[in-house]
Design a protein around this ligand. Structure first.
Ligand code: SPD
Length: 280
């Protein structure tokens, strides 16, 4: 008989999504947030922070490949990569695989996310022993301020823009990221669902466009995230992700990302494109 235990994410004031839980694997209150890992019937093992879905074993590859490989394949020499957040290790796993990457620095504010992911989600936390990786348990905002002209790529693998992550969506932060990037650098941030976060995304793009010459939105389908349609915002000092040459893309062993997806993910449905038209 199936369990009658459910875990619920409150996505808006008017919408909740529940997953039937086979069993609770781990639960704790860290210094920063409530962390739970549960085995669900539909999506396998899932990580929740403050009751919001962070990742699931069955669909994590979409988010982690798309956040990481789109910018890494846009930059001709993505040697030095910074990941802000992303303590579960999925973004690290994708970044260290890329042959152009020499060093990855992961700055995660909550060390308990790293430790629990290593223990309970080894498929995602699969690259913490990579010789390319340095782990820093610290505030990403502070790290960015302290490291100028350092990174080729900055990946912002944040939680939703509530609580500790709010600062990671601000104009000031994007300016600091710009300073921490080398002169040909690229940043990408996860920027929520276009169905629910229209104003948020429009604001983010206004902020990014005030700092970077090239700003693009791209999309991917992630079933466990609110509405299933997810956006990523890429801001670049020099290279346009839609103008790179075909044939040179690294996508070995990927389950979602490939050369065609690289380009088509920037093709926006009209209602998403309108978010930007309104603001121009
Ligand atoms: N609403 C979900 C947003 C979560 C984005 N970050 C997930 C972290 C996975 N590495």
């Amino acid at each position: 008989m199936k369990s009658d235990l459910w875990i619920t994410e409150k996505q808006t004031q008017d919408m909740k999504v529940s997953f039937r839980v086979r069993n609770t694997v781990h639960e704790e209150k860290t210094e920063y947030q409530h962390l739970s890992i549960v085995d669900t019937y539909t999506y396998g093992r899932m990580l929740f922070l403050d009751n919001c879905v962070m990742t699931s074993i069955r669909d994590e590859f979409v988010y982690h490949e798309m956040l990481t490989l789109v910018p890494l394949n846009t930059h001709p020499k993505p040697a030095n990569v910074l990941i802000v957040g992303g303590g579960d290790g999925g973004t690290v796993r994708e970044a260290v695989k890329h042959p152009g990457v020499e060093k990855v620095t992961l700055v995660e504010i909550d060390g308990r996310v790293i430790e629990t992911a290593k223990e309970y989600m080894p498929e995602i936390a699969a690259a913490f022993d990579s010789p390319k990786l340095e782990v820093v348990v610290d505030d990403g905002i502070k790290h960015i301020k302290e490291n100028k002209d350092t990174y080729d790529i900055v990946l912002i693998d944040s939680t939703d823009p509530v609580g500790p992550a709010v600062g990671l969506f601000s104009r000031e932060f994007y300016q600091d990221v710009h300073r921490s990037l080398k002169e040909e650098g690229i940043m990408v941030a996860q920027t929520e669902s276009p169905f629910l976060g229209k104003d948020l995304i429009a604001g983010i793009h206004d902020n990014l466009r005030s700092v970077y010459p090239i700003v693009k939105l791209y999309l991917a389908s992630i079933p466990t995230y609110p509405t299933g349609l997810w956006s990523f915002s890429l801001a670049s000092k020099k290279y346009d992700p839609t103008e790179i040459e075909r044939g040179g893309i690294y996508a070995e062993g990927t389950k979602y990302y490939n050369e065609d997806i690289h380009f088509t993910s920037f093709v926006l449905p009209n209602f998403v494109a309108e978010i930007f038209l309104k603001k121009d």
